[in-house]
Design a protein around this ligand. Structure first.
Ligand SMILES: Cc1ncc(COP(=O)(O)O)c(C=O)c1O
Length: 393
């Protein structure tokens, strides 16, 4: 072991002692919102396939039947061969971006390789030392990394504390070139929602720029599945609306819906767009194929909301502490080791549930995080609240 490995080993041992050690497990998806992991078949309450598209064999068959067998290079190609700014910008991209812009009613949409690429790239391109970023304390790691890379002054306001946000806007706006307000719409670990009426009012009053990450809301919220801004009637007032394709869209990538000027600027400046190979044609065709269908999936959206409501009621009935109002259902535990032990017991009972621990969530707020999909049946979840109550004690 060299000097570096000795240091790392000590750190890993520390993580293990605190119940914070993570590792990769091999998992295969099977039908009905379930996964196969080793010998076990488990109901997957730890995925993001919110509409059940990723386990819909019929839809996948239909998709592959739309691809031209005579054009394997164009349709099925698993690689794009280059950055989008070189020769990787194959024609499916244009169709997808136009479709997204028309869905969101914006001049343009720009597609990235992932939500991480998008969030880590946008703010460093748009903000610098003269600017201020005011971000919700619970923003996702990809947003935090983007904010840090931007070198702008960063202040994180307590989660959803808009009075505090207003105080910061009042105090600091005159001293900075541009002020950005950054938030998720559905918060990924708490499953609660931002209040976009307040945020858009504040951004207008203080002439700030609103950056909204709708990773967990696209596909799921709003009549056409455009996200929480659609549901709350605020889509037109969001300056940078980010959606990801890896969750409800059951694909890969992300987009920002924005003005033409932002689009032109971003194409010239976002390093995580410029210095990386574009997405494979087959991935983009999948998104093109899904775009008109997602709009119509109101039934799935209702089902998901209903399942989440039932689960929350069941958990509260067992005296458990939960929160939020989305398909992400946290069960608060506090101690990391207890959360891990509970997740292990649930796994033995046939449920894959994640124990979320620091640094993903603040110290002392470890929890079980249950995510639902419209592919699930009510009966599959009915025994769960009582099982969780037993697993925690
Ligand atoms: C709020 C939020 N933004 C961005 C991302 C990153 O998206 P992707 O998985 O496409 O990189 C995630 C992923 O978990 C997320 O929860």
């Amino acid at each position: 072991m060299n000097v570096l490995e000795e240091r790392l080993q000590a750190e890993l041992q520390g993580l293990e002692q605190q119940g914070l050690l993570r590792g990769l497990k091999s998992v295969d998806r099977i039908a009905g919102g379930r996964i196969r992991s080793g010998e076990s078949r488990l109901l997957n309450l730890a995925g993001n396939d919110y509409l059940g598209i990723g386990s819909n064999q019929t839809l996948l068959d239909e998709f592959y039947s739309t691809l031209s067998a005579d054009d394997r290079l164009g349709s099925y190609n698993p690689g794009s061969g280059s950055s989008r700014l070189m020769t990787g910008n194959h024609s499916g991209y244009e169709q997808l971006e136009q479709g997204l812009a028309s869905l969101y009613g914006t001049e343009k949409a720009l597609v990235f390789n992932s939500g991480y690429h998008c969030n880590v790239g946008l703010l460093p391109a748009l903000a610098g030392k003269e600017d201020l970023i005011l971000a919700d304390k619970l923003c996702h790691a990809s947003l935090i990394d983007g904010m840090r890379l931007s070198r702008a002054r960063l202040i994180r306001y307590p989660h959803a504390d808009y009075e505090r946000l207003e105080g910061l806007l009042r105090k600091h706006t005159p001293s900075f070139r541009t002020v950005f307000i950054v938030t998720e719409s559905i918060f990924s670990m708490d499953g609660d929602c931002a209040d976009l009426s307040v945020l858009t009012e504040l951004k207008q009053h203080y002439n700030a720029v609103l950056y909204l990450d709708e990773a967990h809301a696209v596909g799921v919220r709003g009549r056409q599945g455009r996200g929480l801004a659609e549901e709350q009637g605020k889509g037109a007032e969001v300056d940078l609306l980010v959606g990801t394709f890896g969750k409800a869209w059951a694909g890969q990538g992300a987009f920002v819906a924005c003005s033409r000027i932002l689009y032109d600027y971003l194409v010239n400046r976002v390093r995580s767009l410029i210095f990386t190979t574009g997405l494979p044609p087959v991935s983009i065709h999948w998104l093109d194929f899904l775009l008109p269908q997602i709009k119509e999936m109101e039934r799935e959206r209702h089902r998901l909301a209903e399942l989440a409501h039932q689960l929350r009621q069941g958990l509260r009935g067992q005296g458990l502490v939960t929160g939020g109002n989305s398909q992400i259902v946290p069960v608060m535990i506090g101690d990391a080791a207890r959360a891990v032990a509970a997740a292990g017991r649930l796994r033995s009972s046939g449920f894959q549930v994640n124990a979320v621990r620091p640094p993903t969530v603040p110290e002392g707020t470890s929890r079980l995080r249950l995510t639902l999909t419209a592919a699930m049946e009510t009966e599959q979840l009915s025994a769960l609240p009582a099982l969780i109550a037993r697993a925690i004690t």
